[in-house]
Design a binder for this molecule. Structure first.
Ligand code: GLU
Length: 509
């Protein structure tokens, strides 16, 4: 299989001798073609990502085309939001409604002239015909078929209209659609993922509508015309379209065009094998953005459930995904999405961003206004936030965890009851002055490990208070919490001055 794919893929990858108006460079061109009938969800993001990876891997172009011909199902704002989300995810299209490009427009509703042209050519060659059947007749055919327990299909009646009958109906201004005449017999094609597929469409389907009564094309025609006109070299799309590909190839043949190469991608399913449903609010990308997940996390999670990579591995960033992606590693079984792993994935990616100087600065810039909003007039300087991020690296699920009550001690002083402290230990004030001394004497760049050791060696010498109780007491003083980060980490986060203030305030008496 691998060898076979290599043979099919390689000549095409290097062939691609289509010309772009910008030059004569050989090009791989792929497209993501969502309908703006809803917002981008994980399944869509995955299809877009695989197209992006394929384009970037082969130095090609990634196109966003909006398939907005089903006017009744358009959702206001969805088109804009889809492109926003691709940009947010770090996989912006090279050509799109927003970016423009040499093959525009990139919304199907703006390309009606191209479809009209193709329909005209098909009508002239006899590959398509006008159908004047009324909705009532079509409904009747459907009912009859269902009554007989058969799949409803159009009976191709208008195929047989003579040209004078057609002219007569046209002169009466009767409404019509245009249908494509399905050639009989089985047709085969080779999909890069699913291998050879055979379909005898004419034996199971009536002739499909390619141009609707409102002058808009149906998906099948528009898809073919645009992939051709936009010089798309490879179509990487969801497996649900595999069944339609024969129809598309027949249209290419009837139009005398060379088709692109097809690679269908297995579906992304829920962990329990059920379909991702748009009614599941938690699959939309905006939902994850709002919950503070990083784009790297989403890209990693949707590629970690099989297909396109030699193995699963947590923590891959986009450049690593591009480098390691291989279309030939796409398997045909569905990918199961495990959203329970999101926090774990995000922890890893957040840690990676904390490690990078630039990405860390971006995190600080994101956090500052949120802190300001929550803690009103308090100002937190960049260095302070950076220090906290570095110390908490690997412990935060999302950046906004730092706004939760558990971390409020970092931004406001806790109120601690004296009685609680003295109840914990009769040596509370000794502990306080001992630790203040350690902090006053310590080197300014003491690390976490050294500070922990120092605390331990001094506090273990106390007579009446065991070490873990001392820690409990100190944690309470510094943060008002009974559990949380280590005392040494809290001290390093707050800095010596603030730690000393808190210790002296609570433990001076
Ligand atoms: N508009 C179709 C969809 O939303 C595109 C299918 C294709 O990529 O050909 O899935």
């Amino acid at each position: 299989m691998r060898l076979l794919l290599a043979r099919v893929l390689l000549p095409i990858v290097h062939r691609g001798s289509r010309q772009c108006t910008g030059g004569t460079q050989k090009e791989i061109r792929v497209r993501f073609a969502p309908s703006p009938t809803g917002f981008l969800h994980l399944g869509g993001l995955r299809t877009a990502l695989y197209n992006y990876l394929f384009a970037k891997k082969h130095g090609g172009a990634f196109i966003l085309r909006l398939e907005d011909t089903d006017r009744s199902r358009l959702v206001p704002g969805a088109a804009e939001a889809i492109e926003d989300m691709l940009e947010w995810a770090g996989i912006p299209p090279d050509e799109s409604p927003r970016q423009g490009g040499p093959y525009g427009p990139y919304e199907q509703s703006q390309r009606l002239n191209f479809y009209q042209e193709a329909v005209q050519a098909l009508l002239e060659s006899g590959a398509a015909y006008r159908c004047f059947c009324t909705p009532q007749r079509l409904e009747l055919i459907k009912k009859e078929a269902l009554r007989r327990g058969e799949m409803p299909r159009y009976d191709n009646r208008c195929r047989h209209l003579t040209s004078s009958q057609v002219q007569e109906k046209l002169s009466k201004n009767l409404p019509f659609v245009v249908r494509f005449q399905l050639p009989s017999g089985a047709h085969s094609f080779q999909d890069l993922v699913y291998g050879w597929t055979h379909h005898d469409l004419a034996s199971v389907e009536g002739d499909p509508v390619i141009l609707k009564g409102d002058g808009f094309p149906t998906y099948h025609l528009a898809n073919v015309v645009d992939d051709h006109k936009m010089a798309v070299s490879h179509v990487l799309r969801g497996e649900e379209w595999l069944i339609s590909t024969t129809k598309h190839l027949l249209l290419y043949r009837a139009l005398g065009w060379q088709p692109p190469i097809y690679a269908h991608l297995p579906l992304l399913l829920n962990k329990d094998g059920s379909k991702l449903s748009k009614r599941q609010g938690d699959i939309f990308i905006q939902h994850f953005v709002q919950r503070g997940y990083l784009s790297d996390t989403l890209l990693d999670v949707i590629t970690n459930c099989g297909s396109g990579f030699a193995g699963n591995q947590i923590g891959r960033t986009l450049p690593e995904l591009i480098e390691q992606y291989n279309l030939q590693s796409t398997v045909t079984h569905s990918a199961l999405l495990d959203l329970d792993k999101l926090p774990e994935f995000n922890r890893v990616h957040l840690a990676r961003r904390i490690e990078g100087t630039d990405t860390r600065a971006q995190l600080v810039a994101q956090l500052q206004p949120l802190l300001l909003e929550k803690y009103k007039d308090l100002m937190f300087d960049k260095e302070y936030i950076e220090r906290i991020l570095v110390l908490r690296k690997g412990h935060l699920n999302v950046l906004t965890d730092l706004l939760s009550p558990n971390y409020s001690y970092l931004w406001v002083r806790p109120s601690v009851q004296q009685e609680d402290l003295h109840q914990l230990s009769s040596e509370a004030s000794e502990i306080g002055s001992l630790v203040v001394q350690i902090l006053q004497n310590r080197q300014s760049d003491i690390g976490l490990e050294l500070l922990s050791k120092e605390l331990k060696s001094h506090l273990q010498r106390l007579e009446a208070t065991n070490y873990s109780t001392s820690m409990k007491l100190l944690r309470l003083v510094l943060s008002g919490l009974e559990s949380g980060p280590s005392v040494a980490e809290m001290m390093l986060s707050l800095g010596p001055e603030e730690s000393i203030i808190r210790l002296q305030k609570a433990l001076s008496s």
